[in-house]
Design a protein around this ligand. Structure first.
Ligand code: FAD
Ligand code: NAD
Length: 478
């Protein structure tokens, strides 16, 4: 009852959860005049995640890769409502989303319900820990801006503490041991960025840490970057070796304490061994897990009873077992990898589909009007003319309705591996082009620069790169 401007009752209410890759790409292309659009997300900005690893060392400042959602929404044709809140429950039967203001400042109302006719779930995923004890307490994740800031501070804290007066040599070693768990692209890119930071800045600014600073990447599988081609995996491992980053493959972390991790690996004798690896900084990058709000929705829909990794969707991204709920990105399971590329294409597909659905409804109501007019038309000429119009509209309706199912088009995989080198598997006509090295790195830079959300972001990222090159990265701890 206290809500501002009433939604237009002639339009359906479309609620979109999240402001990440999937939801924002949907909002970009959506004609907001057709629906009462409501966006709910605890994050009032879009985050360009591919450059997040660079924020952990200050190569890029985090605000350069954030775009305020308000700034973006105000350019839409029709007003979109945005609530900074977390969806804590989706009540599928009652068609409402319970939202909760989780921020520091709360008004008298901080929890309420948002009704929907149509719902898009684009809440992404949370960090997987596989229930391994100590991960949440002692490890740092790398998913959001806050995570990157925490890592940046922790790196500096470890370096400053290691140079504290009278520190024991063993303790210095531990504090300067930077351990990254998970050899997927997040772990690899972070390890590369961190080693860069050490090589180009840290060892100059704090020469005392030179002998002991060390980065180790721990991976349970036999190799890192499993989604890349064999040749690029070898190239990455070789580059890391040259950069003195240690890769520990076939090593599975089982337990984490405040000062060491316990990892199981297979020794030279083929026997499993458990070892303690002391660390100063621990970054945990072992992939995605399903968010509780998504698991709760899964439990309400019988057709989803076998969904383990997220909401199972059909080829139109409709959540199976529902008619009015769609899912995009990391929270949807459609047999594609959980990447920004997939999420963005899914979002754009939904926008096209929703725009078409609105057009369909418009044509259908025009058709209904015309057939009524035809019945009461006074002359044969008038009836013929209306009939011709009906034929035209029916043709248009068929065209609008014939939307093909979603099909993902893979453009390729790109990752930065440090020391001005990148690896790329690019889809090239029918085949694949694998390349690694410094030229690929320039390609990586220009590709990500051009993909940035806005011109403002592009300029800021470019300036950050320049700044880091000219003045070095900023090592202050805040
Ligand atoms: P997200 O982008 O994570 O967005 C989810 C949104 O939902 C956020 O706005 C969040 O605040 C919001 N939300 C969360 N919970 C709720 C809730 N309860 N209610 C409402 N809103 C909620 N992919 C690539 O293709 N290329 C890359 O180079 C690449 N690099 C990456 C680097 C890093 C460090 C990381 C972490 C990921 C990277 N990815 C990359 C993967 C990519 O970021 C994800 O696949 C992508 O973000 C998924 O998009 P999404 O919209 O599903 O989720
Ligand atoms: P991931 O799922 O790709 O990799 C996680 C790795 O952690 C796996 O290789 C797994 O074997 C390992 N692991 C799990 N448990 C472990 C344990 N206990 N001990 C040791 N190792 C363990 O995760 P990610 O790198 O965070 O990526 C998530 C998604 O985001 C992926 O789809 C990825 O493609 C995408 N992404 C893409 C890019 C890029 O394209 N440049 C960058 C970052 C992320």
């Amino acid at each position: 009852p206290h809500d501002q401007p009433n939604p237009d009752p002639s339009k359906k209410t479309l609620v979109i959860l999240g402001t990440g890759w999937g939801s924002v790409s949907l909002l970009k292309k959506l004609d907001t005049e057709n629906y009462n659009v409501v966006v709910v997300s605890p994050r009032n900005y879009f985050l360009f995640t591919p450059l997040l690893p660079s924020c952990t060392t200050g190569t890029i400042e985090h605000r350069s890769i954030m775009e305020p959602i308000r700034n973006f929404l105000r350019h839409k044709k029709a007003a979109v409502k945005y609530y900074e809140a977390e969806a804590t429950k989706i009540d599928y039967e009652r068609k409402v989303v319970v939202i909760n203001d989780d921020s520091e400042i709360k008004g008298d109302v901080s929890s309420t319900e948002v009704p929907f006719d149509m719902l898009v779930v684009g809440v992404g995923a949370e960090n997987a820990t596989f229930g391994i004890p100590g991960v949440r307490e002692h490890g740092l994740f790398l998913k959001e801006v806050g995570d990157a800031q925490r890592i940046r501070n922790r790196i500096m804290d470890c370096c400053e503490t290691a140079t504290f007066k009278d520190q024991d040599p063993e303790e210095v070693k531990r504090l300067l041991h930077m351990v990254v768990v998970g050899g997927g692209p997040t772990g690899v890119e972070f390890a590369g960025e961190l080693q860069d930071f050490f090589n180009s800045d840290l060892k100059k600014w704090i020469p005392d840490i030179k002998e002991n600073f060390h980065v180790t990447l721990v991976e349970a599988l036999p190799n890192v970057l499993p989604m890349f081609s064999k040749q690029l995996i070898d190239y990455t491992e070789k580059t890391f070796q040259e950069e003195t980053i240690t890769i520990r493959t076939k090593t599975m972390v089982k337990n984490v304490t405040d000062k060491y991790i316990e990892a199981e690996s297979v020794g030279p004798d083929g026997q499993k061994q458990l070892e303690r690896i002391p660390y100063g900084l621990l970054v945990w990058a072992t992939g995605n897990a399903v968010r509780p709000v998504v698991n709760d929705l899964i439990s309400q829909i019988p057709a989803q009873k076998n969904s383990r990794r997220g909401l199972a969707v059909n080829e139109y991204l409709v959540v199976k077992g529902t008619e009015n709920v769609w899912a995009v990105g990391d929270c949807a399971v459609a047999n594609y990898a959980p990447t920004a590329q997939v999420a963005a294409q899914e979002g754009a597909f939904l926008a096209r589909m929703f725009n078409n659905m609105a057009k369909t409804q418009e044509i259908q109501s025009q058709l209904a009007e015309l057939s009524q007019a035809q019945e009461v038309a006074p002359t044969k000429e008038a009836r013929d003319e209306i009939f011709a119009n009906i034929k035209d509209l029916q043709k248009r309706l068929r065209r609008v309705q014939s939307i093909n199912p979603f099909e993902y088009s893979h453009q390729g995989s790109l990752a930065y591996i440090g020391s001005d080198k990148a690896v790329a598997d690019i889809s090239w006509f029918a085949g694949n082009l694998a390349s690694g090295g410094t030229i690929t790195y320039f390609f990586w830079r220009s590709a990500y620069l051009s993909m940035c959300f806005s011109t403002r972001n592009r300029v800021l990222v470019f300036m950050d790169w320049l700044k880091a090159k000219v003045f070095g990265r900023d090592v202050s701890r805040v």
